[in-house]
Design a protein. Sequence first.
Length: 456
Amino acid sequence: MNEKFLWGGSTSAFQFEGGGTEYNKGKSIYDIREEKTGVKYSIASDFYHHYKEDIKLMHEMGFKAFRMSIAWTRIYPNGYEDNPNEKGIQFYKRIFQELKKYNIEPVVTLFHWDMPEYLVMKYDGFKSRKTVECFIKYAKTCFEQFGDLVKYWLTLNENNLSMLIPWMYIYDKDRYKNSNTQQLAWDCYYNSLLCHFNAVKLCHEIIPEAKIGNMTASALAYPLTPKPEDILATDQHNQETMWDDLDILTTGVINSSFIDRMKDKNITITLNKDDAKLMVDPKSKIDFISFSYYYSLCIQDKTNIKNSNAETMQMLYAGFYNPYLKKTDFGWQIDPIGIRIFMNMTYNKYHLPLMVVENGMGTENEILTSDYRIHDDYRIDYLRSHIRAVKETVDIDHIPVWGYLPWGCIDLLSASGNYKKRYGFIYVDFEHKLERYKKDSFYWYKNVIASNGKEL
Ligand code: BGP
């Protein structure tokens, strides 16, 4: 690893920040989910009130970078106002300044799923180009206000999934029960692409020295057997779940094979000339590819959700268990070589530097000992094997990797909405006053960073 390698950790606003609607924050769809499910997104890990303590702990571990997202509704409470919310801007400036104090680079995601409720109710979120206009304004404000403090930006979290999950940007299924869901998914995805390309271009114009990337969810699949039919099905899976999106993001072109496959699904694609021009503009090109990687899966010819292990694997798409791999409590297969395979495939296709912005092991039932410790050797094992694979990618495969930011470095809410799934180096006592306690992995990771990955 070179000396500039960004060791650190990763979070998102709705899962970590809390702070409710203080300082005029508007409601996002997660505040609405809280009303329906009781899951306390408005408190989460309460980074809002603990940020000084948390950033000091990150510094103690030696973090060089910290990934977080900005809550759109703190900057524009309803998503669309004429002027931004000054108090929200000041809140993030305080955080970025605190990080600077310790030489920790913020890596900031503009959109980690917390769409303003107002934009969903009024425009059906990304279904409408009105939301794209609002997003462009929001992104521009972020670049103008935070450009001197933030040099690494990511556009939309795991946007490749949105094409596969029609509900991703819609949120309330019932509202759309009579819609053509595939078409709806495409319309939302297309508009989210416009948000992405506009943000990249604006970032390059407003902060020329900054680097901006996308964020891909790895859905790496292997063929379940060497049968050519299984290999073909696996290639198709990887194309549809990952490469279709990255092909568009890296070339700015929606190619005819893709369009024809969409037509086969009865999706109508209307391409607009001005959008096409924006997408191929050199300023709209990402500087690096960031990604999340948790597991791999296997694919068989004619795999479908019903005959697959998708449910026990707690996955959104069809897949089978790999008999050579162990799995976590949550059914996710542990495959450190997979992260190296994914990085090789991605780099060899797109030739852009990579950044790992999510990886890690979610576990249940972590119990504080009487001396307030957590002995999480399973997490250390998981991370050690994955960091070793990242190092091999850099040292043996000679692929440029800018950083390693494992997910949920301080315990946070799971995307599926509970406190049970913990990823952190730091334990958060959600039952009491959200006190922080260092796990064994805290001390281990501190040494990994201090030795620049030599001591694992
Ligand atoms: C990714 C999301 C994160 C995070 C992570 C872990 O898909 O970008 O927000 O939650 O998955 O997933 P989970 O919280 O379900 O364990």
